[in-house]
Design a protein around this ligand. Structure first.
Ligand SMILES: *Cc1c(COP(=O)(O)O)cnc(C)c1O
Length: 510
């Protein structure tokens, strides 16, 4: 088995004059460990790892010569046809050690690596969603380095509750009576349903039975949580009387789910949350609102598309509001459950809460992020997500202008580079139709017709192959970089020279 993918291949062209000699000439592990480069490898990677790598490389070398021998009646015949086999010899000790060193270096490289998210989607789920502000980074570092009062009450020396670290902040910022935190919003939905609606019915509008990327589907979560889905209304229109007629003795709650990643327009009708809450309360039922992105500030104040806030959802009568920590909130992956104290208490007593709870690093980051919201005047500058979302188009365009020439020089004459106006998306389920004016660079192959597709693929792969991979998107036969999320300009430009070697110097003919 190959250790890791390697650019170096074990050569199939033996140096010795026949297969048996060649195999005998293969060095032993001990001999390779005595090679001049071995001490450095041993120091860097440790004895057992280096030996395992050498063993792998030697096994492949043996296999490749056997395959070679199968393919040719004898090495001598091959030598007769091709002249001096020795001239092709790639398999001396130096070569074997070099292959090993390359593989060990690749295997030692972290799998989780930083990238530039120039996709135009600010909260990109596959690229880790929100970037955390410095305040949160400092808090997480502290919590990693030192013991902390995660579940220890410093006033009484008694046992504390980890949710207490953020509950007061959530109450102050949202008006909720109580709050608990779990691993993500999917867990929040699951736990709320399992606690409040097991073996009972949950009434949801048909238009809200959504699927979020990554296999989160409302009906599936509901059945796994042990709750029965009672759909009402139609895809485009649901009326208050649909809910009213559906309420029966088995009903546990009414649920509202934010549309998140799609839009229904045209002949539509949804029930205003106030009316839904009033109906639920007339029947002694809770209304649970899965807000998804759930922001704590009115984004329209910053010129961004309006998203429902957690405060507004609670003020409209929701008994519980569920939202993510790493979407518009701009914090770590987490799911927040905020609302009525008696319901939160029941949720916290569910044994599954223990399975879904968050760790100290998450709470450290979440507390720091929530604290920033207490100073709204500086929020935009300090909360990374908000800073990126509100970055002025003129500033992004100026950046594109500065990068145009260096990028064009690096990708070479095989690609035509130009500036263009782009539209970023918030991502992670904020309204997909509201776009943020942005700017960037587009690179199109100068060859047309056949071959241009391959050239585009090569370009995309070259950017993705940089030390800090650059992730963009392909549109209209061009590779586009939306520069909204590019803040470290010098790190970006420092690695441009690597592109030169990765791309052909001139357009290739098809
Ligand atoms: C994103 C989203 C979820 C899932 O939240 P995660 O934090 O990704 O688990 C659930 N419901 C809605 C409406 C969402 O937008």
């Amino acid at each position: 088995m190959a250790l890791v993918q390697s650019t170096a291949k074990i050569g199939a062209e033996p140096a010795a004059s026949n297969t048996r000699d060649w195999r005998a000439a293969l060095p032993s592990i001990d001999r390779l460990l005595g090679h001049a480069s071995a001490p450095a490898l041993l120091h860097e990677h440790g004895h057992s790892t280096v030996v395992a790598a050498l063993r792998g490389v030697l096994a492949e070398a043996r296999e490749s010569v056997a395959a070679f021998a199968d393919a040719h009646e004898s090495v001598a015949a091959f030598a007769g046809a091709h002249g001096n086999v020795g001239a092709h010899a790639p398999l001396d000790d130096d070569a074997l050690i070099a292959i090993c060193a390359e593989r060990l270096a690749l295997a030692a490289r972290p799998r989780l690596r930083p990238v530039f998210n120039l996709t135009g989607t600010v909260l990109h789920t596959n690229l880790g969603r929100a970037l955390l502000p410095e305040e949160a980074i400092a808090a997480v570092t502290m919590a990693m380095r030192m013991p902390a009062n995660l579940e220890f009450d410093l006033d009484t020396a008694g046992r504390g509750d980890r949710d207490d670290l953020v509950e007061d902040l959530v109450r102050e910022l949202t008006g909720a009576e109580a709050c608990t935190v779990v691993n993500n919003n999917a867990a929040a939905v699951f736990l709320a349903l399992n606690t409040l609606a097991q073996r009972r019915e949950v009434i949801v509008s048909r238009g809200e039975l959504i699927e979020i990327g990554g296999a989160f589907r409302v009906p599936d979560i509901m059945s796994r949580a042990g709750a029965r889905l009672h759909e009402v209304g139609t895809t485009n229109r649901t009326h208050l009387k649909d809910f009213e007629e559906a309420i029966n003795p088995r009903t546990a709650m009414l649920m509202k789910v934010h549309w998140s990643n799609f839009e229904i327009t045209g002949f539509t009708k949804t029930v205003p949350e106030r009316e839904l809450a009033a109906l639920a309360h007339r029947h002694g039922l809770p209304l649970v609102n899965d807000l998804g992105s759930g922001t704590l500030v009115d984004l329209s104040r910053y010129g961004l598309p309006k998203e429902p806030t957690v405060q507004a959802a609670l003020a409209d009568g929701a008994d519980l509001v569920l939202f993510s920590g790493d979407k518009l909130l701009g914090g770590p992956q987490a799911g927040l459950i905020a609302g009525r104290a008696d319901l939160v208490k029941r949720i916290k007593r569910n044994p599954l809460k223990r399975a879904l709870r968050v760790g100290k690093l998450t709470l450290a980051a979440l507390e720091a992020v929530l604290r920033l919201y207490r100073h709204p005047e500086r929020l935009r500058e300090r909360l990374t997500t908000l800073r990126l979302l509100t970055r002025p188009q003129a500033e992004i365009a100026a950046l594109a202008e500065r990068l145009l020439a260096p990028v064009a020089a690096s990708v070479g004459p095989a690609y035509a580079v130009r500036m263009l106006v782009l539209h970023s998306q918030i991502g992670s389920g904020a309204r997909p139709v509201d776009l943020l004016p942005s700017a960037g660079l587009a690179m199109a192959p100068t060859t047309t017709g056949r071959g241009s597709g391959a050239a585009l693929k090569r370009l995309e792969a070259a950017w993705r192959g940089l030390p800090v991979p650059v992730i963009g998107h392909v549109r209209d036969a061009a590779f586009c970089l939306d520069l909204r999320c590019l803040e470290d300009e010098s790190m970006f430009t420092r690695q441009l020279p690597h592109l030169v070697s990765a791309l052909p110097a001139r357009p290739r003919n098809p």
